[in-house]
Design a protein. Structure first.
Length: 324
């Protein structure tokens, strides 16, 4: 089977290789595991950070990728009623974090590029406890775009941000996968959402997705301009993925008791399941920026990610007959 691994590049240790290799297809299963035939995968910035050597715990030779969707082709478990062969499922990208809202209960890993092998492969073995049925309204590309960004955004919006109907919420750096999913979750919850970006076109796209408005953070008084959009009202929550000097502005536009969420640390299995239920209930769809065919196209996706011009997730389709 084909797989995309991270391989050390001695000639340029600041940017490692992502190489398509042939690996043996799994031929046996442990109890409570399933063999998945992967139909689509999507990229997160952590894959780019791994290639740049900027991510902790890199294991060279490890299969990359945290986000994937596939169908069950074989399984071994005590409760056959939960899944059946042919079911379309997504894999929880976090390992070692079950339910504790504060943080992982055990040694924690994210799939791909490290001690936990990833899903950028034609076949993947997953514990039954870590796979979940795909909401039927999602295509394979949309489902592949959901896992890591989805659980990260869900935790940021609801567990940490406590976003509720009628609140004013600011989401910074709109255009990336997590920020766009946070936008979708907040809008579905009934919040008034505003965004920032350095690209006016991305702000306009966000408005079409339900944002009330937005400002370019390259403007000198972007914080004041945001308050003009709210009619002078202060914000209840800021969901931020950038950090830096923006925090100085956030403190000026937040109400007393307002919350600043700096998202990261993904989320637990429990939050992942909650996120899927929320997506299914509200029939939400991740924004997919571009789809390429095959693992061999990965380098094109990496180049697109380095340019930073995408609006939504970058996806590889692994099957010509997949439901894209």
């Amino acid at each position: 089977m084909k797989a995309l691994i991270v391989e050390k590049r001695d000639s340029n240790p600041t940017y490692h290789d992502a190489k398509v290799v042939d690996l043996p297809k799994p031929d046996s299963l442990e109890d409570e595991h399933a063999l998945l035939e992967i139909s689509a995968v999507s990229f997160n910035h952590r894959e780019l950070w791994i290639r740049k050597g900027q991510y902790p715990g890199i294991v060279f030779g490890s299969v990359l990728g945290a986000d994937g969707v596939g169908k069950i082709v074989d399984m071994k478990g005590k409760d056959p009623s939960k899944f059946k062969v042919g079911d379309r499922v997504v894999v929880n990208p976090s390992i070692g974090w079950i339910k504790d809202p504060r943080g992982p209960e055990e040694a924690f890993y994210i799939l791909g590029g490290g001690h936990a092998s990833g899903v950028f492969t034609e076949y993947f073995v997953a514990p039954l406890a870590e796979i979940f049925k795909v909401p039927e309204h999602l295509t394979d590309a949309e489902a592949a775009a959901l896992p890591l960004g989805g659980v990260t955004a869900f935790r940021a919006v609801f567990t940490k941000g406590q976003v509720a109907r009628g609140q004013h919420v600011l989401i910074t750096g709109i255009g990336g996968g997590v920020a766009l999913l946070a936008l979708a979750f907040c809008v579905a919850a009934g919040a008034n959402v505003y965004v920032t970006s350095s690209d006016d076109g991305k702000i306009q796209k966000a408005v079409r997705l339900g944002a009330k408005g937005g400002v370019n953070y390259g403007e000198e008084k972007w914080g004041l301009n945001l308050q003009k959009l709210t009619g002078g009202d202060l914000f209840d929550v800021v969901i931020d993925g950038a950090g830096g000097d923006g925090v100085k502005t956030f403190t000026k536009i937040l109400r007393l008791g307002g919350i600043i969420v700096s998202y990261g640390m993904t989320g637990s299995r429990y939050e992942f399941e909650q996120m899927l239920e929320f997506v299914n209930e509200h029939k939400l769809k991740p924004v997919v920026s571009q789809v390429w065919q095959g693992l061999e196209s990965a380098e094109e996706a990496f180049e697109a990610m380095k340019k930073g011009s995408q609006f939504g997730k970058l996806v590889l389709s692994l099957k010509t007959n997949s439901k894209l």
